[in-house]
Design a binder for this molecule. Sequence first.
Ligand SMILES: [Zn+2]
Length: 72
Amino acid sequence: MYKFIVNKNSQQNGDHEVHNKTQGCSYMPNNENRIDLGSHEFCHQAVASAKSQWPNEKINGCYYCCNPCHTS
Ligand SMILES: [Zn+2]
């Protein structure tokens, strides 16, 4: 299981990126801009969890630490 967070701030394209906190990522947002998504086995579950909490937001996996979940 890995701990995931989502960036409170969106990227230029409007996506809120999900990062793997357990593995770490150089593109991880600052502490105050992280929203905890809990522990998941795969980034897809973390992205799904974020989408269910913020259905109106665009959620996407980070290209670097959640590449299988990166779509745009
Ligand atoms: Zn990342």
